[in-house]
Design a protein around this ligand. Structure first.
Ligand code: FES
Ligand code: FES
Length: 157
């Protein structure tokens, strides 16, 4: 078994973590760093529950090797807003009642936060298409789209 020390910044704090070279970023975050907000749904790239940002872009952490974030900036749901001051997307999810069981919510929020920084979209259908990798078994999709569109409208106001 080959091991490797990964140097990365997670939610603004530097980390040096020795991991098996086969370890996923998801397992590094949850098991080595103790950031359990990122959810493990399918662990095979099909559900989006594990979405985090690497250098500001959304990635599936279950399909990303820990070694791939060497020297890069990772943001997890713990780095988005705070209990005292929610991120506008988190507040919108609350205001729009955009979740039921919550299993998908961290990934949905991370995907939405990054989407709102991306160009080339404007409609509800665009949100559905561009967040189609984030599954919700509870079927909260209409309200999730409501939440994303409400933040976009506020940004444009
Ligand atoms: S846990 Fe990564 S896509 Fe499902
Ligand atoms: S709120 Fe339950 S899976 Fe989305």
């Amino acid at each position: 078994m080959s091991r490797h020390t990964v140097h990365t910044t997670i939610n603004g704090s530097p980390h040096a973590v020795e991991v098996d070279t086969r370890r996923s970023l998801l397992d590094l975050l949850r098991d080595d760093v103790g950031l359990t907000g990122t959810q493990k749904g399918c662990d095979q790239g099909a559900c989006g529950a594990c979405t985090v940002h690497v250098d500001g872009r959304r990635v599936l952490s279950c399909l990303t090797l820990a070694a791939q974030v060497e020297g890069r900036e990772v943001t997890t749901i713990e780095g988005v807003g705070s209990t005292d001051e929610l991120h506008p997307v988190q507040q919108a999810f609350l205001d729009c009642d955009a979740f039921q069981c919550g299993a998908c919510t961290a990934g949905q929020v991370m995907s939405a936060v990054a989407l709102l920084e991306e160009d080339g979209w404007s409609t509800r259908d665009d949100v559905r298409e561009l967040m189609s990798g984030n599954l919700c078994r509870c079927g909260a999709y209409p309200r999730i789209v409501d939440a994303v569109m409400s933040v976009r409208s506020a940004q444009e106001a």
